[in-house]
Design a protein around this ligand. Structure first.
Ligand code: ZN
Ligand code: ZN
Length: 308
């Protein structure tokens, strides 16, 4: 028995090579843990940030990759839990206001990243949106960014930009509990994680205490809180195949940078084939136990290249 209570269980029949975590890094030099956690950084984006700064240094035309900032955002909650209709299973943006930093020297990548105070949004061009809509890949939605009219008037040729949203139903394996009761250690409220959707009550809705902490943060026998496994124990997401809705673009954590969104093998191959750089991807596992024949058939299908 390990000395932690909350952990990611890796039991079951796991299959790799079908699904991948995906992240869009802020720039070429920021690669999200790429060397330590199995990430591969795909980039044929030229010029690189470094090349641009060297060119600028020599007095050549100033070019810059698109940058911007989200100054206002609104969200809408998806509630797809069958056990409790109050559980928010996914959260999507419904309104994003962009303060762009563009002019006639701006370069656009297929994937661009903008941030607000708390979140990061992958931004795509209209041409990318049209290509993906024709590809037959499933599970994307595109939210047009709202831009102040004076930016539009000043740079009428700037392309329309969209936030890409991963609409496939969240189906990653939820954390499990061992060596402790599945209840609040302070007041005994049942179910720290919803059995159906994994909705967490890590701050107890009844007594407001935080029910868990890291191993390092735990203060010993008199500390009632449960201990989380080390981050390395639960860094790779596992998909529950029997909960998969067949989408190629699957909700992982929305706009949080903690839990990446997920793409199928055929979506990853398609992104590479249309040179939709830059992004990072790494393989994750899917548990095939309990999948229906139809789901297993679809699982084969999403490994084959997109015919277009
Ligand atoms: Zn409690
Ligand atoms: Zn639930």
């Amino acid at each position: 028995m390990s000395d932690y209570h909350i952990y990611l269980d890796d039991s079951g029949t796991l299959k790799s090579g079908t699904f991948f975590d995906i992240e869009i890094p802020l720039n070429d030099s920021f690669v999200f843990n790429s060397t330590t956690e199995g990430w591969t950084f795909f980039s044929s984006r030229t010029p690189t940030e470094d090349e641009l700064s060297i060119r600028n240094h020599h007095g050549q035309t100033r070019k810059q990759w698109f940058r911007g900032e989200i100054t206002d955002e609104k969200f809408r909650a998806n509630k797809r839990c069958q056990l409790d209709k109050n559980h928010v299973t996914e959260e999507y943006a419904s309104y994003l206001k962009l303060k762009p930093e563009y002019d006639e020297n701006t370069l656009y990548s297929e994937f661009n990243l903008v941030s607000s105070m708390h979140y990061q949004y992958p931004i795509v061009t209209e041409s990318f949106k049209e290509r993906i809509e024709k590809s037959g890949l499933k599970g994307t939605d595109f939210l047009p960014l709202t831009v102040d009219s004076h930016y539009r008037e000043k740079y009428p040729d700037a392309p329309l930009l969209f936030a890409i949203q991963f609409m496939g139903k969240k189906c990653t394996r939820q954390l499990r509990i061992q060596g402790a009761k599945d209840e609040c250690p302070f007041c005994g409220r049942q179910n720290l994680f919803c059995k159906e959707c994994g909705f967490s009550n890590l701050q107890c809705p009844d007594c407001s205490n935080y029910v868990a902490t890291s191993i390092d943060g735990h203060k010993g026998p008199n500390d009632k809180r449960l201990k989380f496994s080390p981050v390395t124990q639960r860094r790779f997401q596992i998909m529950e195949g029997h909960k998969w809705d067949g989408a190629d673009f699957i909700y992982g954590g929305g706009f949080s940078s903690t839990y990446p969104n997920i793409v199928s093998k055929r979506a990853l191959d398609w992104l590479l084939s249309v040179h939709a750089v830059h992004f990072c991807a790494r393989p994750i596992q899917v548990c095939i136990d309990g999948m229906t024949d139809q789901q297993l058939e679809k699982l084969e299908y999403v490994q084959k290249p997109v015919v277009s």
